[in-house]
Write a protein that binds this ligand. Sequence first.
Ligand code: BJW
Ligand code: ZN
Length: 293
Amino acid sequence: SAEMASTSVEEFHTVLSSSTRIMALCGAGLSAASGLETFRGAGGMWRNYQATALATPEAFERDPGLVWLFYSMRRHKALQAKPNMGHYALAELSRKMPEGFITLTQNVDGLSQRANHPRPQLKLLHDSIFDIKCFDCDYREMNNFDDPYHPSLANHTPEEVNDRLVNTVTARAALLDPATPPAIPRSELPHCPSCKDGLLRPGVVWFGESLPEETLEEADDWVNSGPIDLCLVIGTTATVYPAASYVDIARSRGARIVVINMDREELGSAKNLRDGDFLFEGDASKILPEILK
Ligand code: BJW
Ligand code: ZN
């Protein structure tokens, strides 16, 4: 239980200074202080509708324009946002420990990259909202920061998009009723320059899709190459697999679990915290610079 975990920064500093292999599993809470909404839990975004209902290939097949508007809005917000002290603290630890530290992030917002986190030690488990790929073929574009990505996505205010998403996702009209008109006509949406017929889509990992194979291999190689001293579980409910399984894998490799989360009720896998583990309740952008300095 959470009660067995230490909350002492001083104790943590002692453990940190003798740790040689550390991993971090990051989630949306890391970017919350940058103004980006989380999916679930504290500061839960998309409070008005179920965002994860849009993060599926089925939703895209039913109404690609609606899904595009959701991601277009998030691309815009991510570009407006700045990395916070939490992103910078992880980037710095990564520079201090080039072999001994790895960040596995579920975030697609590009903020760790913009905080200059060394790239070989940053694994994007759910890829990036700034990659674009074809729904039908292997075409892929990396690091496209156009805002909007395509003219068909221009002239939709966040308010309009929000209303549309609330009405359609909450009432489930567009997503369930094939007779509902699409948010944007298919012909107007961006099409694949390679296969021509396929629609382009955000290059993120949706439910039911595999995580990027090479990224998983690199993450697994690091995880399997020796015992792990610490596993920082930062701003994530750790409810989405296989990302969440890295907490258990780290545990099985001897790691102490260190939970950094705004909300102790939302600690997911951290509910099994034990003696020797740590629990820091609060904003990751404040806690990380404090505990990692
Ligand atoms: C703060 C804070 C602050 C707030 N400071 N903290 C095994 C068991 C059961 C199910 C499965 C399984 N294996 C696979 C599955 C199915 C599925 C799954 O996991 N389902 C579960 C929901 C049960 N997984 C998949 O489908 C995955 N694919 C896969 O496994 O392929 C193989 C396969 C295929 C088919 C069948 C079976 C296997 C893919 C998962 C892809 C997830 N994609 C999303 C969308 C990405 C694009 C986008 O951004 O739109 O990824 S869903 C969404 O959740 C997003 C996130 O990365 C992910 C995790 O969320 P995260 O980051 O934890 O955010 P929150 O909101 O949940 O939590 C925020 C936390 O921060 C909270 O705790 C707050 O308290 C805290 N917080 N402010 C610190 N300031
Ligand atoms: Zn294509």
